[in-house]
Write a protein that binds this ligand. Structure first.
Ligand code: G3I
Length: 305
């Protein structure tokens, strides 16, 4: 196959990208989007600050532009993200206790209900674990409402959109030996054992020289899948260039293809110039929209899977 989406489909997988609503008028951008990808994540437009700027007043204009563009082209959508300590609207940032818990659950319910039936998978909770060696939860206003806030969010999401896969999504959870990876693993294991609704784990996969693709990446994905959840690579980007970068992209793609329950890969933007990273060249297309060596290595692996 000659595109990322068609190549991924050969093994029943998808290949997605993050999309920004304010780039939908850029014909080069939209041309690559429509040609290469079959899954779309709104880069910012479905976050809490975007969808509920004032309490109980919901705003879906930019998110809908992305959803409608994608669905019009037959693409599916990953929803990102229902509950997160970051990108909270101002009114929520200083809330606490029962009022915050109820506001969070109302947000999850309202947004998941609005998009009911249109979302392949929701990142229900994003980035709730601490960096470093504790393996525990990140301190946040949501965490301070009680350790059960994550399962409460998942139950609310399931009730609102029973057809969507419900994911926990985080970064720096790629290396199996890291405490953060183990902490998330134990939570998923606990949720599965108690019947808390969870269907998938998202691995953001933002890699750079300080956080390289681990040699045990396959082990990480396989061990999570063995808990009975799908795994997805949700925000892939890899700093670097040329063959070195291409080889790392190849390794990540191979790791996913080697795990039957790794259902797809999403890159966090289209061209290098679309990346959230202020400088650098972490994506599959250069600033002019040309395919990079990394693109070719990913396509080749997908075609061999
Ligand atoms: O849209 C405003 C613009 O009007 C304003 O002039 C400008 C001035 O700062 O800000 C613009 O908003 C920015 C927005 O991106 C759109 O470009 C925000 O400041 C900026 O904070 C925001 O950054 C996003 C970041 O999440 C916020 O947390 C990045 O685009 C987005 O790529 C990044 O994505 C995250 C995932 O959601 C979660 N995982 C990590 C990943 C990378 O950080």
């Amino acid at each position: 196959a000659s595109t990322l989406a068609a190549a991924a489909q050969q093994s029943g997988r998808y290949f997605g990208t993050a999309v920004a609503a304010n780039k939908l008028g850029d014909s080069t951008y939209v041309g690559i989007l429509n040609r290469e990808f079959d899954m779309v994540t709104a880069e910012n437009e479905m976050k809490m600050d975007a969808t509920e700027p004032n309490q109980n007043q919901f705003s879906y204009g930019n998110a809908d532009r992305i959803v409608n563009q994608a669905r019009g082209q037959g693409k599916r959508i990953r929803g990102h993200a229902l509950a997160w300590h970051s990108q909270q609207p101002g009114w929520m940032q200083n809330m606490s206790g029962t009022a915050l818990r109820n506001a969070m659950l109302n947000h999850v319910t309202q947004v998941a209900t609005y998009y009911r039936g249109k979302i392949y998978a929701w990142d229900v909770v994003n980035e709730a674990f601490a960096d470093g060696n504790s393996g525990g939860r990140r301190d946040s206003n949501l965490q301070r409402t009680g350790n059960d806030w994550i399962e409460a969010a998942f139950r609310a999401a399931r009730a609102a959109d029973p057809g969507a896969k419900l994911c926990y999504n985080d970064y720096n959870t790629d290396n199996w030996s890291h405490a953060k990876t183990q902490g998330v693993y134990r939570m998923v294991q606990d949720f599965k054992s108690r019947g808390v609704p969870i269907d998938c784990v998202g691995f953001q996969a933002h890699f750079n020289s300080g956080n390289p693709v681990p040699s045990n990446y396959h082990t990480t994905l396989q061990n999570f899948a063995a808990l009975g959840v799908d795994v997805q690579i949700t925000e892939l980007d890899i700093e670097g260039s040329g063959n070195t970068q291409a080889q790392q992209y190849q390794g990540v793609t191979q790791a996913c293809l080697s795990v039957p329950r790794c259902t797809g890969i999403t890159v966090w933007g289209i061209r290098d110039t679309d990346s959230w990273r202020a400088s650098g060249t972490p994506l599959l297309f250069d600033g002019s929209g040309n395919k990079k060596a990394a693109y070719n290595s990913v396509l080749n692996v997908l075609n061999s899977g």
